[in-house]
Design a protein around this ligand. Structure first.
Ligand SMILES: [Zn+2]
Length: 173
C-alpha cells in the first residue's frame, strides 16, 4: 500500500463555532486508495470505523454506490476547520455520549463524556469512580473511554492565514 502518507485518515471538521458548544459539524474519512474525503453520516458510524481503522481502513466503496472515480464529498481546505483523529480509539459505550469542544482560540479540542445519567466526565480519573459506583456499567473499563482529542489542523484555521481586508474570510452562514 504505497502512498498512504496520512497516518490517520479519519477526521472531523468544523466551522468556527461559538465556544463551549460541541463543535463537530461533519465527519469524514479519507480513502486509502484515492485519498478523496468522504462524508460519514453519523458519529456512531464514524466511531465504529475509527475503532478498527488500522486493521480495516476506509475505502470509497464502503459507502453505498460510491467508488474512487466519484468526486470527493468535501475537500481538505480552510473553508472549515479540520481536526484529525488518531485511529483505533474506542467507540463510545452504549448510553454514553462523547463530545468534543473546540477551544475559542482554536488551539485544541477537549473531549468529554456524558454518562447515561447525565454526569460529565473530563478525564479517565473521573471515569473509574463512576464505573465503580454504577454497577449497571459492569463490563466497561476505563480503556473503553478515550480522552485523546483530534489534532486541530492549523492550516485550516481561519485567520491564521492573513487575508487583509476580507471580512468574508470567515465563511459563516
Ligand atoms: Zn477512493
Amino acid at each position: 500500500m504505497a502512498g498512504r502518507k496520512n497516518e490517520t485518515s479519519t477526521s472531523r471538521k468544523r466551522r468556527a463555532p461559538p465556544a463551549g458548544i460541541p463543535s463537530v459539524i461533519v465527519y469524514a474519512a479519507q480513502c486509502g486508495e484515492c485519498f478523496k474525503w468522504r462524508v460519514i453520516p453519523t458519529q456512531e458510524e464514524f466511531e465504529d470505523m475509527r475503532s478498527r481503522f488500522i486493521e480495516d481502513p476506509f475505502f470509497c466503496n464502503k459507502k453505498a454506490d460510491v467508488c474512487c472515480d466519484d468526486p470527493a464529498d468535501i475537500d481538505y481546505d480552510d473553508s472549515r476547520i479540520w481536526a484529525i483523529d488518531k485511529p483505533n480509539l474506542p467507540a463510545t459505550p452504549a448510553g454514553f455520549q462523547r463530545k468534543l469542544v473546540l477551544r475559542r482560540d482554536c488551539s485544541k479540542m477537549d473531549a468529554y463524556y456524558v454518562s447515561p445519567t447525565g454526569t460529565k466526565m473530563r478525564s479517565s480519573t473521573q471515569i473509574a469512580p463512576y464505573l465503580e459506583a454504577n454497577p449497571q456499567c459492569e463490563g466497561l473499563s476505563v480503556s473503553d473511554f478515550a480522552f485523546t482529542s483530534p489534532k486541530v489542523m492549523e492550516d485550516t484555521i481561519p485567520g491564521k492565514i492573513e487575508r487583509k481586508g476580507s471580512s468574508s474570510a470567515n465563511k459563516r452562514r
